[in-house]
Design a protein around this ligand. Sequence first.
Ligand code: FEO
Length: 395
Amino acid sequence: MKPLEIKKGIYWVGVIDWNMRSFHGHTYTTKRGTTYNAYLIVDEKIALIDTVYGPFANELVERIREIVPPEKIDYVIANHVETDHSGAMPALMKLCPKAKVYGTQKCKEGLYRNYYENWDFQVVKTGDTLKLGKKTLTFIEAPMIHWPDSMFTYCREEELLMPNDAFGQHYATSARFDDEVDQCELMEEAKKYYANILWPLSSMIARKLEELQKMSLPINMIAPSHGIIWRKDPMKIVNAYAGWAKNTIAPKVVMVYETMWGSTEKMARKIAEGISDAGVDVKICDIAATDRTEVVTDMLDAKGFLIGSSTHDNDMLPTIAGFLEFLKGLKAKNRVAGVFGSFGWAGGAVAEMEKVLVEGGIGAAIPSISCKSVPDENDLKACYQFGKDFAGKVV
Ligand code: FEO
């Protein structure tokens, strides 16, 4: 794949990782692969914005070489330390050892702790600029979006924002722009990315979006470091982030359960029937058979969460326990939440699940329903009514 000129004198020189299927230490299933986007700006001075994941360093270098000899790079802008964007830096910096690296103070510390190299480093803060010739770069610190070191780079002459991880998607495609891909796939991947990576940072994202608005930077293109570049409608993703960051939720229910011998599953299906018959959208997922990455994506904007488990050793089953731990880390708040499950003799799962939901601030005043062994006709009627009542709480 050739480098692509995305703006006059600004080239995409990134890498498409078609086969990446598991990201961030197996916390994120990337069924459509990903890209590591890096951008080369050729002006009187030459700047590279971010690099790529280390195993692809040669591909990055060869792509740069199609435009300029890498030795001519004057500046490497490191928007983010994480290895998927900085992993190629050691190989690249060997080719341009005099290039000055720009980034935040935390980035400087982070790069050193990753690579133990003493590159010439210029620490920058929000509002600092770097003139390349006709183009000027402005830096905007973006701590915890999504690491302490994170930074956005803006080119005002081209009205181009390069926000690194923000507004990205794990979406490998030979297309580079939003208007060249299926819009449903694109927004599905953008939502998944937000839910699995940025959800716990929503309050900081809301503040950063307000700050950007106050800065009144004209933006006609957003070029993130993963996935496609937003050129047709950059505000589409900004507005989507604004909604997710403000916890905008819809009257729908996501039910997640784990079952041992099928009794909890029978309850799940009957509860879902009650919800659906009440006119509320419901999705049910057996967590032992469903990808967690997809489930939390559905939960991002769902008002109702229902969690179910059979009792095992006076506790919930281990897969649902792991799922709840992950959900707690995402800091989902203030949902209408409920729990259900079957038990053989003493029970325990329902109480344990309830505890996690309440202590994690995910939901309060949680309704629950339990059933001893296999649900009979009366139990199933009660489950159906439980579903109807629950639906009434989410509309
Ligand atoms: Fe935070 Fe794409 O790395």
